[in-house]
Design a protein around this ligand. Structure first.
Ligand code: NAD
Length: 260
């Protein structure tokens, strides 16, 4: 389905981003993975994508806070594969603090990674997509692009911002064969989430099951985590011809969270 296409996925060395990379490779796309982490572990994931799915996969260490590295990554992808057909803006971090104590540097960093990086990737990739009359841009937003929670000022502002950016670029590219959408996951079962469960259980004196149900999934009516595979499958669908009329959409995948 994606044979011959190239997908650049920011923040794809773990979690949801790695899920997108593997799902798109499975459909035949060549992949640029990006993000931080242990060098050997990243190389292992890169090589696994190539050998399991018989596609090419290259790694970019571009830092999503640095505009010149971001545009360099898009150029590297175009030079290597001839095109960026699919762009997934997924890199993201979180910081939790009441507004009066929220560090200025954390605000700047979250806005840079979770929002401004998508501006820079999109700006660099759209000309090629328009000229080839085909493109798919998928932004990982969050349920926090639609609703707020306390103590997450920068994250919620950035995620609402990316919803706005999604709509604007969708309008600008609507007649050029390019779609631009935002996926809004609720709580997704990623290594990041999994790792905090034992500590939270210990800190609150409750069981790990209670942490999942009463702390993490308090807002999620299904009381089930969304899976990486479900989010990745949604993104693959958005790359299909069947989804070519879906653009500028802010799409929840949140177990009913934003229905409340
Ligand atoms: P994760 O921590 O597993 O993945 C984040 C990725 O971003 C990693 O590859 C990391 O190396 C990369 N990254 C961080 N800073 C970077 C930088 N400066 N430059 C380049 N890469 C950088 O987290 P995840 O849970 O997979 O989250 C991925 C996206 O999904 C984020 O945008 C997050 O906000 C969003 N999201 C996650 C959940 C969830 O419950 N896990 C829910 C909704 C939305």
């Amino acid at each position: 389905m994606l044979d011959g296409k190239t997908a650049v996925i920011t923040g794809s060395t773990s979690g949801i981003g790695l899920g997108y990379a593997r799902a798109m490779a499975e459909k035949g796309a060549n992949i640029v993975i990006n993000g931080f982490g242990d060098k050997d572990a990243i190389e292992k994931e890169r090589a696994a994508i190539e050998s399991e799915f018989k596609v090419k996969c290259v790694y970019s260490a571009a830092d999503m806070t640095k505009p010149d590295e971001i545009t360099g990554m898009i150029k590297m992808a175009e030079d290597t594969f001839g095109a960026v057909d699919i762009l997934v803006n997924n890199a993201g971090i979180q910081y939790v603090s009441p507004i009066e104590d929220f560090p200025d540097a954390k605000w700047d960093q979250i806005l840079a990674i979770n929002l401004s990086s998508a501006f820079h990737t999109i700006k660099a990739a759209v000309p090629g997509m328009k000229s080839r009359k085909w493109g798919r841009i998928i932004n990982t937003a969050s349920a926090h692009a639609l609703v707020a929670s306390p103590d997450k000022a920068a994250y919620v502002a950035a995620k609402h911002g990316i919803a706005g950016l999604t709509k604007v670029v969708a309008l600008e590219t609507a007649q050029h064969g390019v779609t631009v959408n935002a996926l809004c996951p609720g709580y997704v079962w990623t290594p990041l989430v999994e790792a905090q469960i034992p500590d939270t259980a210990k800190a609150r004196g409750i069981t790990e099951e209670e942490v999942k149900r009463d702390v993490l999934l308090a807002a999620q009516p299904t009381k089930e985590f969304v899976t990486v595979e479900q989010v990745a499958a949604y993104a693959v669908f958005l790359c299909s011809d069947a989804a070519s009329s879906i653009t500028g959409a802010i799409l929840p995948i949140d177990g009913g969270w934003t229905a409340e």
